[in-house]
Design a protein around this ligand. Structure first.
Ligand code: TXA
Ligand code: MG
Length: 324
C-alpha cells in the first residue's frame, strides 16, 4: 500500500495491536514490530526465519526518544555523531533500557538504535506511539529488499501490510558503531562511510571477530554468509578470466568497463555505476543482484570494487554473498 495518511494510520494501528508491517527506510525495507512487545517481535523472527541470537535494530522517530530506549547518559562523542548523521543510515549501540523487549536484543544488555531518514518510516513510528524493532524485510541470509516488490517476492503471504515507498535511496544497510573502553568500533560497514565518521570523532577501529582486543564487543549478527542470492556468486579481480564455456553466467560489473568480446560471453550483465559513483553503486547493489538472481544463471561473477568510502560497505556485502 502507498504511504498515504490513511495507509500509515492503518499500519500504525496494526503495529500497536502487536502486528508486523514491512516499511521503507532510506537504506533497505524493514520488517517492523513494537519494540516493547515481545510477542510482536517474536513474529519477526518467525516470518524471517531468523535465528534468535541475532538482535534487531530499534528505530525511533526523534532523537529525544533515545532516553526512553537506552540506559544512562549519551556520551559527548555520540552526541556529535547523532547531531551530524541522524536522521540517517547510522546505527549506534547503547546500554539497553528495560522498556525494550529482551527478544529484540537477543538477551544482550545493549540495544542498537537508529533514526531513519525516510518520511514514511518516521510517520509510521510516530503514529505507532512506540519504537519499532526492525531487521531488513527479507528471509534471513538472503538478498536485502530495496523495493516493495523485493519484499513481496520473499515474504508474500507472511506479512499483512507492505508500505510501498518506492526504491530506497541509499540501498545498503546502515553503518553500525559501538563504543567500548572509550574506543569507537565499526561493527558493520554501511550507508555512512567510515571516513565520514572519522571526521566527526577521530580514530575509529574496525571490528575483527578474531582479534581478542575487539572481539569483546558483542556482535552476534556477524555471520560469514549473508546477503546471498540463490545463484552462486564469485568475487573476482578480473571478470573475463572467470567466464566458463557452456554455462549461463551473469556479470555484476562496477563501471561497465569490459570489452565487447567479454560482454558476449555473459548471459546477463548489470552495471553498478558507469561513472564510478559509489553512492550510485551502493543504491543499485541489491536491485542488480535481485535481477541477476532472477535470470536463471548457473553463477554470477562480481567484480571487486575499490574499498574507499561506500566501496567498503559494498565489498563487505559481496564477500558475504559469495560465502553461501
Ligand atoms: O539499515 C538498516 O540497518 C536496516 C533498516 C531496516 O533499518 N536494518 C538492518 O537490520 O539491516 P538487520 O537485522 O538486517 O541487521 C541488524 C544487525 C544485526 O545482525 C546485528 O549484527 C546488529 O544489527 N545488532 C543489532 N543489535 C545489536 C547489538 N545490541 N549489539 C551489536 N550488534 C547489534
Ligand atoms: Mg539484514
Amino acid at each position: 500500500m502507498r504511504p498515504t495518511a490513511s495507509g500509515i494510520c492503518r499500519a500504525a494501528s496494526h503495529i500497536r495491536a502487536g502486528g508486523v508491517v514491512a516499511f521503507p527506510t532510506e537504506t533497505v525495507y524493514g520488517l517492523g514490530a513494537d519494540a516493547t512487545n515481545p510477542r510482536a517481535c517474536a513474529k519477526i523472527f518467525e516470518i524471517k526465519k531468523r535465528p534468535s541470537f541475532d538482535p534487531l535494530i530499534v528505530h525511533i522517530a526523534r532523537a529525544s526518544s533515545l532516553r526512553d530506549v537506552i540506559d544512562g547518559q549519551v556520551d559527548k562523542r555520540v552526541r556529535k555523531l547523532i547531531d551530524r548523521f541522524w536522521p540517517g543510515p547510522l546505527t549506534i549501540v547503547f546500554p539497553k533500557s528495560a522498556v525494550i523487549a529482551d527478544i529484540v536484543t537477543a538477551g544482550l544488555s545493549t540495544v542498537a538504535v537508529r533514526m531513519p531518514a525516510n518520511s514514511a518510516a518516521l510517520r509510521l513510528i510516530s503514529e505507532s506511539s512506540t519504537f519499532i524493532a526492525a531487521p531488513s524485510a527479507n528471509i534471513f541470509g538472503r538478498l536485502s529488499p530495496t523495493t516493495a516488490s523485493h519484499v513481496m517476492k520473499q515474504l508474500r503471504g507472511r506479512v499483512r501490510y507492505v508500505i510501498d515507498g518506492g526504491r530506497t535511496r541509499v540501498g545498503i544497510e546502515s553503518t553500525i558503531v559501538a563504543f567500548h573502553d572509550d574506543r569507537l568500533y565499526v561493527l558493520r560497514h554501511g550507508g555512512i562511510p567510515i571516513e565520514a565518521i572519522r571526521k566527526v570523532v577521530g580514530k575509529v577501529y574496525n571490528y575483527d571477530r578474531n582479534d581478542p582486543k575487539t572481539s569483546v564487543v558483542r556482535h552476534p549478527g556477524q555471520l560469514k554468509s549473508h546477503y546471498s542470492p540463490s545463484t552462486p556468486l564469485v568475487l573476482v579481480a578480473n571478470a573475463p578470466a572467470h567466464f566458463r564455456q557452456g554455462k549461463r553466467v551473469g556479470l555484476l560489473s562496477f563501471r561497465g568497463l569490459y570489452s565487447e568480446h567479454t560482454a558476449r560471453n555473459y548471459a546477463r550483465i548489470e552495471v553498478l555505476s558507469r561513472s564510478g559513483d559509489m553512492a550510485e553503486a551502493a543504491s543499485n547493489l541489491f536491485s542488480c543482484l535481485h535481477r541477476l538472481d532472477s535470470a536463471k544463471l548457473d553463477f554470477i561473477v562480481a567484480e571487486q570494487i575499490p574499498r574507499a568510502g561506500l566501496g567498503a560497505a559494498i565489498m563487505e556485502r559481496l564477500e558475504k554473498a559469495c560465502h553461501a
